[in-house]
Write a protein that binds this ligand. Structure first.
Ligand code: ZN
Length: 302
């Protein structure tokens, strides 16, 4: 296995503000089409920020979004980023039946492959709600990796995988199927979520970087995630949100675009696909044009 010291993968979960688990209780699914959408504008802004810094990323795109904004996935792919799947309808995995989950991941994968013209290898569960039975179905559907584990102390929404012990950032779950964990900072015997989210928006940036440096010093890759709605402090605040959910959704939004722009330029990032290639010791090709990456990807999967 390759030494991953210094490796870092940047990922973006492309969904609208009303898909967030924080607002789900007050914005029912059947009202989504009536909500003011801001995902296209925010994703385009992120693409500009990444382009200025020549930074590649993995975009886990929600099928619901790809279907309504069909220009987004081609724009992401044309910019050389990896297109991966965030499922179709943003249901928590452990609340779905296996049949419903299989249909959800199949629908999103086909849609994203049609729009990008490339094989979709990766999946990230809504709110990191992965389960062991879902991994089998992901592999059957043609996915090659999952990135839905935050090996942290207990969280009220996150899922679990039995094989994850918190010390291995990338794990071979099955032959031909890997888990890429979102980073945690080891504090004593516990992992603190240090891969993004409210912690990223709340902590002083210098402190955040010190945590990232500690993760990288330990020989682990750094795996970061963010949502387009996090760089948009003007997205709507629906009435009726609980104080806790309002805090989780809104904390630090005002400074998050600047912070995202800073972190996008502060490290040498790769896609998650390239990170796995490096981990396997295979020859990663981050400088290759997208067509070459796609050809290699197809070759590896055939
Ligand atoms: Zn999500």
């Amino acid at each position: 296995m390759t030494d991953l010291t210094g490796a870092a993968a940047l990922s973006i979960d492309v969904e609208d503000w009303f898909h967030s688990e924080n607002v789900k209780a007050v914005v029912p699914r059947d009202s989504w089409d009536g909500c003011v959408s801001r995902v296209a504008r925010n994703t385009e802004r992120m693409l500009e920020i990444l382009a200025k810094r020549n930074t590649p990323a993995t975009f886990f795109v929600l099928g619901w979004v790809a279907e309504r904004f069909p220009h987004l996935v081609p724009a992401i792919a044309a910019a050389g980023h990896e297109v991966a799947s965030h499922g179709y309808g943003h249901e928590l995995v452990y609340r779905m039946t296996p049949e419903a989950f299989a249909a959800d991941i199949d629908r999103s994968r086909k849609l994203l492959e049609d729009q990008s013209g490339r094989t979709v290898l990766g999946y990230r569960a809504p709110c990191f709600s992965i389960t062991d039975w879902a991994v089998d179905l992901l592999q059957e559907a043609g996915y090659a990796y999952d990135s839905s584990m935050v090996p942290a102390l207990a969280h009220d929404r996150y899922g679990r995988l039995d094989a994850v012990d918190g010390r291995q950032p990338i794990i071979r779950l099955r032959e031909g199927f890997d888990e890429v964990c979102v980073s945690c900072l080891q504090v004593g015997s516990r992992g603190l979520p240090w891969g993004g989210g409210g912690y990223f928006r709340l902590a002083p940036y210098a402190l955040w970087l010190r945590g990232v440096a500690a993760i990288r010093r330990s020989g682990q890759p750094y795996v970061f995630y963010i949502h387009p709605w996090e760089i948009d402090p003007d997205h709507p605040v629906p009435p009726g949100m609980s104080a806790v959910n309002r805090f989780r959704q809104r904390v630090g939004l005002n400074r998050c675009e600047d912070r995202f722009a800073a972190i996008a330029g502060d490290f040498e990032w790769s896609t998650i696909e390239s990170l796995i290639d490096r981990w396997r010791g295979a020859e990663a090709a981050p400088e290759a044009p997208p067509s070459v990456i796609a050809a290699q990807t197809n070759e590896r999967r055939s």
